[in-house]
Write a protein that binds this ligand. Structure first.
Ligand code: PRT
Ligand code: ZN
Length: 297
């Protein structure tokens, strides 16, 4: 581990550990900056202090983040849920961040005749996630021999090290490249904000944390919704209100035609296209869609 615990930081800040250089780094920096925080990127730094918010950012290896947060070296961390689960340390997950999505997956060589995880009883499994893998097979009552390897897990079956692997998959191209096929998902993961459980108990830290949470929620909610403006028949209003689920009552403005209204609603991104289809069926016209910069629900 990098010895960040020797850092002398001002006691009035809270400390957030993020990945220094990897898959989560760019999205994490972008999230923090969109939340209005001004700070320098990692480069050769171990840490930086925000210019306009009482937060110090520690740049570390992602594997160390659950450890640092559990030990109180950092109050907060942003890391994949896969590593939190594997570390088995007492940290609190505060907020899923909706990036860094991947699946921890059992996979076998295409030419093998194994068609379900039950067929792996007594077999060798190579993984960098031995704890999570052990729990998965134990819960299924399947006895396997787990070999821990730290990199290039996909090569293990070809090298004769194992019959199957348990590894992270996002696009799946790495599995394909190595002639492996997915068998079953062990864990769905995304980046998350985690905290040392004592952070909320410290009055000063909890005030800062709540301010940070409000900002991060504002950014994440904004990414999850689209703002829709339209003209619609007045009689369609009750059905349109239902589409704006989770939000307060939509904005309704009169138009020159008393039977028509102008309506503004925020619609969840994951049902966006279905909502547009329904709005058109309800007779809505001139539907204008715009992204939301920040959204505080
Ligand atoms: O140097 P440091 O220790 O900080 O980083 P690292 O190299 O250990 O981790 P890094 O940067 O590779 O991943 C950081 C986090 O990103 C992981 O802990 C996951 O939470 C998340 N993540 C999301 C992924 C992937 N997607 C992913 N695809 N982590 C790893 N992969 C691997 C995958 O196992 C495969 O080998 O990327 C390769 C390509 O995947 P496919 O499926 O897109 O081909
Ligand atoms: Zn790592």
């Amino acid at each position: 581990m990098t010895p960040v615990n020797v850092l002398q930081l001002d006691g009035e800040q809270i400390k957030l550990a993020i990945q220094k250089d990897g898959r989560l780094t760019e999205a994490t920096l972008q999230l923090l900056r969109t939340a209005g925080l001004q700070f320098e990127s990692a480069k050769q730094r171990l840490f930086t202090v925000c210019r306009n918010f009482p937060l110090a950012i520690l740049y570390v290896r992602d594997d160390d983040i659950p450890e640092y947060v559990a030990d109180g070296v950092a109050d907060l961390g942003i890391v994949g849920q896969n590593l939190v689960r594997e570390a088995e340390r007492p940290v609190e997950e505060l907020l899923p961040l909706n990036y860094g999505h991947c699946t921890l997956m059992v996979a076998v060589p295409r030419e093998s005749h194994i068609q379900s995880v039950e067929h792996l009883a007594g077999c060798k499994i190579a993984t960098s996630y031995p704890v999570t893998t052990r729990q998965f097979f134990q819960e299924r009552g399947i006895n396997v021999d787990i070999t821990t390897i730290s990199g290039s897990v996909e090569l293990a079956p070809t090298l004769g090290v194992s019959t199957a692997i348990v590894d992270l998959v996002s696009s799946g191209s790495s599995l394909k490249l190595n002639d492996l096929v997915p068998l079953e998902s062990v864990l769905q993961s995304q980046a998350a904000l985690i905290a040392n459980p004592t952070t909320f108990k410290d009055e000063q830290k909890s005030v800062i944390l709540n301010r940070l949470l409000m900002r991060l929620n504002g950014v994440i909610n904004a990414r999850s919704y689209k703002y829709i403006m339209m003209n619609a028949p007045r009689k369609a209003l009750p059905s349109i209100v239902e589409l704006a689920a989770g939000m307060h009552s939509p904005t309704v403005l009169p138009t020159a035609d008393p039977d028509w209204i102008s309506v503004h609603i925020a619609v969840a991104e994951d049902v966006f296209w279905e909502s547009i289809e329904q709005l058109r069926e309800l007779g809505a016209q001139g539907i204008l869609v715009s992204p939301i910069e920040k959204l505080f629900i």
